[in-house]
Design a protein around this ligand. Structure first.
Ligand SMILES: Cc1cc2nc3c(=O)[nH]c(=O)nc-3n(C[C@H](O)[C@H](O)[C@H](O)COP(=O)(O)O)c2cc1C
Length: 161
């Protein structure tokens, strides 16, 4: 089984998750960073894993554009979706259920959040203001769920033939 992992990121967490996942998957995997304008080749892959970080309740712009432009093709593949985000609890659940285009969410075999992080050294002035004001966070938080990434990799590996 051939797999394409396609992601968009602003400050690197979604990339960290995508690369960790790729490392743990035993089938043939290609990784594409849409934020670096990489062009995914998905014609001959069996599965697409598409991920994005979340800002102001929205997907990364390049991920949303890719999802919209390739929806028909994505609906013909095994599909898994992930986000990197800092909402937790019910808000996180709700955000996850609603953030990808509806048809893709319905089609996806898996819809998971890999957590996220606030790294103040990477945020711009405006982002720092928003985080301090809205999330009431003033120091770095690292909350990536490597256990969830590895659990997903195991489920995928069960399908690798
Ligand atoms: C300005 C700003 C807005 C954010 N908005 C949201 C949000 O609406 N929902 C959420 O769950 N996380 C939100 N986050 C948290 C990011 O999704 C989190 O930091 C993530 O790890 C960033 O991923 P990246 O490093 O791949 O860009 C926000 C972070 C910043 C800095």
């Amino acid at each position: 089984m051939k797999i394409a992992i396609i992601f968009g990121t602003k400050h690197g967490s979604a990339q960290e998750c995508a690369l960790h996942l790729a490392e743990k998957i035993t089938c043939k995997v290609s990784v594409y960073n849409l934020s670096k304008k990489e062009v995914p080749l998905i014609d001959d892959v069996d599965m697409v894993i598409m991920g994005s970080s979340v800002y102001a309740g929205r997907l990364n712009k390049e991920v949303l554009t890719f999802a919209n432009n390739h929806q028909e093709k994505l609906l013909q593949k095994k599909l898994m979706l992930f986000t990197c985000n800092m909402h937790r609890g019910e808000e996180e659940e709700k955000q996850l259920r609603n953030i990808f285009p509806e048809e893709l969410t319905r089609h996806a075999q898996e819809l998971v959040s890999f957590g996220g992080k606030f790294d103040f050294s990477k945020l711009n002035f405006l982002e720092k203001v928003v985080i301090k004001k809205v999330a009431k966070v003033t120091t770095d938080i690292e909350d990536l769920r490597f256990d969830a990434i590895e659990a997903l990799a195991e489920r995928i590996n069960a399908e690798c033939v």
